[in-house]
Design a protein around this ligand. Sequence first.
Ligand code: ADE
Ligand code: ZN
Length: 329
Amino acid sequence: MPLPKAELHLHIEGTLEPELAFELAVRNGVALPYEDTEALRAAYRFDGLQSFLDLYYALTAVLRTEQDFADLANAYLARAAAQGVRHAEIFFDPQAHLARGVPMGTVVEGLWRALGRSEENHGVSTRLIMCFLRDESAGSALRTLDEAKPYLHRITGVGLDSAEAGHPPVKFRAVYEAAAALGLRRVAHAGEEGPPAYITEALDVLGVERVDHGLRCMEDPELVARLVRERIPLTLCPLSNVRLRAVDALAGHPLPAMLDAGLLCTVNSDDPAYFGGYAGDNFDAVRRELGLSEERLRELARNSFLASFLEDDEDRRARCLAEVEAYEF
Ligand code: ADE
Ligand code: ZN
C-alpha cells in the first residue's frame, strides 16, 4: 500500500496521456500533427518551461466537450488513487479553453462530473483551483474571473501559471484582490524559472497562502527564513524540475536542503503525463535518488495534508493525517 498523500500542484491539462489525446482527437475529429502515441511521446523532450508549454497548449485542442473534461479528470483520479493520493487540489487553465471557443461552463461542469463523485468513485477528495495565464494580460485575467462567477461554488481558489520569466506577480494585483474579495484562496507559481523576488512579490502583493514550486527561494537566505517563520507551504515537483531543466539531475535537487532548512515542503507531479510520473512516482524518485529517510517521506506526506485547503473538512484532514502517522513502510 502506498504512503497516503495529498497532491497540491497538479494541472489537469498536464494529465493528458497520449492514448487519451488520440482517443479524444478521434472522438472530436481533431487532427494531431503526430503519427501515433509513440511519435507524440517522443516529442516530450523539453529544454525549458516554454518548449513544454507550447506542446501542452497545442494538445488542449482535443478537449472540447464536458465529457472530454470528465474523462480527463477521471483518468487522473484513478491513477492518483492507485498511488496513494487521498486528496487533490487540481489546477485548470480556463483561458487555454476560452481562447478556443470552449466555454467556462463546459470546462468546470465537465471537470465536476468527475470531481463531484471522486470521493465515492476513487476515495479522493478534491478542490478546484482556477489559474490565470501570466503571459496573458491582466485584463484577460479579470475577464476570466468574471466569467467564472456563475461557477464559484465549484472553485476553491485561484492560481497563476504559464511562462514565468518577465511576468512578475505584481501584474495580477487587481485580479488577486478581486479574487480575495470573492472569498477565494490564493496560490501562485513563483521561483520555478523566475527569481526569488517573484516569491516575495507573490506573498506581499498577491497575498498567496502557498507558493507553487518556490524552488529558487534557496538563493535568498532571508526569504528562506521568512518562509520558515511564516510556515508558507511550497509545492515542489521534482520530476518536473528535471524535465524542464530547473535542476540538472534529480540527485542534485535541493529538496533535502530545503527540508533541513525547516521549509514546509510538499512533493507533487505538476504535469504527470509529460514529466514521467504521478505523485507516488515522485515520492519513489526522491526516495531513491535523494536517499530520503522514511521519516522524511512521512514528513512530506504530513505536510501535504497540513498545507491543503481542507479547512472546510477538518475531519477528513485529521483522518488523513492519522493514516500518515500509522503508515508502515
Ligand atoms: N502550466 C502547466 N505546468 C506548468 C508549470 N510547471 N509551470 C508553469 N505553468 C505551467
Ligand atoms: Zn505547475
